[in-house]
Ligand binder design. Structure first.
Ligand code: SAM
Length: 253
């Protein structure tokens, strides 16, 4: 079972999301568990202060180092050694590959900042620092929930259909997912590709693979560099890219 722990000044925000739907069911099934620690438990003043003004001046308040050092020493003093992840815009961008790696761990602690961020010295406690993307959130709690969600759905048994995480965007082939359709086959003249109604599984698989390459080439060509493609598929992707470049060129001129 994977244990995910959070360390933040808002420990109450995690349960409403993590106890619902797939994440909640997976907790009940004993696939993972969540423990939320209040950083203020490791303060020693009457007001449970976790922040202070930055040396050298500047706006806002910074999170003090001591509560993080004490909290992580306490948390790590029992049980298996946790993998400690700090959230910061300066971290490594979070991707599906990182989610897959974290899903193989036994115990993870997500450390969430607030205010103007953390005293730089706390990062020596990190096994890794992650960023959700090139934007600034008010705190690391949402980042921790995003990563938790992406990791837990990869755990065996978390999704009803164990194959649902295999074919998805960014999965092993490194492509976007193919286009999907449900009933009706004709919605006010908008029809579904014929092959999907054929019942021929080999043809459907071939169409899906080709569509995944098409969508990736047109929407996220950067992914093609690392995608697992045959020479023929790569040539098809390049053809589509060239056609898109031509179309854009014609539109601009
Ligand atoms: N002053 C910091 C800077 O410019 O990099 C931003 C601090 S932010 C307001 C407060 C906290 O939110 C951070 O310590 C971090 O834990 C979290 N956070 C904000 N944006 C994030 C991002 N893109 N990825 C991960 N965590 C983020």
């Amino acid at each position: 079972m994977l244990t995910i722990e959070t360390l933040s000044v808002f420990p109450q925000v995690f349960a409403p999301y993590c106890d619902a739907s797939i994440l909640g069911r997976a907790q009940k099934a004993g696939i993972w568990e969540l423990k939320c620690h209040d950083l203020r438990s490791w303060t020693h003043d009457r007001h449970h202060t976790v922040d202070d003004a930055p040396f050298g001046g500047g706006q806002g308040m910074l999170m003090k180092p001591a509560p993080f050092f004490e909290a992580l020493a306490d948390i790590g003093s029992s049980g298996p050694a946790p993998h400690v992840v700090f959230f910061t815009p300066a971290g490594t961008p979070f991707t599906q590959r990182v989610a897959e790696r974290l899903a193989g761990m036994e115990r993870i602690v997500f450390v969430c900042g607030r205010y103007e961020g953390m005293d730089e010295r706390v990062y020596e406690l990190a096994d890794e620092c992650l960023s959700l993307g090139d934007y600034v959130l008010t705190g690391g709690e949402l980042a921790a929930m995003v990563v938790t969600d992406a990791v837990v759905r990869l755990l065996p048994g978390a999704l009803g259909d164990s194959l649902s995480a295999v074919d998805e965007s960014f999965s092993s082939a490194g492509l976007l997912e193919y286009a999907q359709y449900t009933r009706p086959a004709d919605y006010e003249g908008r029809t579904v590709p014929e092959v999907l109604l054929s019942g021929d599984h080999a043809k459907v698989d071939a169409w899906r693979r080709r569509d995944a390459i098409r969508r990736t080439a047109l929407l996220r060509p950067d992914l093609l560099q690392t995608a697992d493609l045959t020479e023929q598929e790569r040539a098809y992707a390049e053809e589509l890219r060239e056609a898109a470049r031509q179309a854009q060129h014609e539109e601009e001129s």
